[in-house]
Write a new protein. Sequence first.
Length: 206
Amino acid sequence: MSAVIVTGTDTGVGKTVFAAGLTAALGATYWKPVQSGLEDATDTETVASLSGATVLPESYRLNMPASPHLSAEDMGLEIESDRLALPQVDGPLVVEGAGGLMVPLNRKVFFLDVISQWQAPVVLVARTALGTINHTSLSLMALRRAGCNVAGVAFVGEAEPDVEETIAQMCQVTHLGRLPHIDPLSRATLSDAFDTIDVNTIRGML
């Protein structure tokens, strides 16, 4: 079993759509260990719809759309890191984090702490919006200081060549491509758009 972690510079950057496209492109199984917020379609349900792939149940399904530690506390729970060990599957596994790297899972552990323990390559998803250089640079710095193997950065949004090039150059990171805003979003349109993503580089790290 080989895994790749999909994380983001923030919440709402498009990492679930990216994770769905990557899961389909790799012929992988998908797993989101912690889901905060159950009112709308969960990320697992979205990925299942957009990829047609096998998805695993979450280790934690938390009602409130908030930081996982607050959502868990709202239910009288505490997220336990030892319940977040990578599951064994046949073939590749795409794992999607919750929010950004420094999201607390409990009052002692950030999501980055768990990602560093997984020792799997990480794809950082960043949106092409104001603040992207700062957020992406800080996220890459945190990943590297934690000893994580960064596969590269994938962008989501309108093309911003100067911004994307600045990040790739100054952070010395692989530019994995960019997903535009996809409308309508479907399995077919996502598959077509994902042709712009450097899947081979990610596959080569598994």
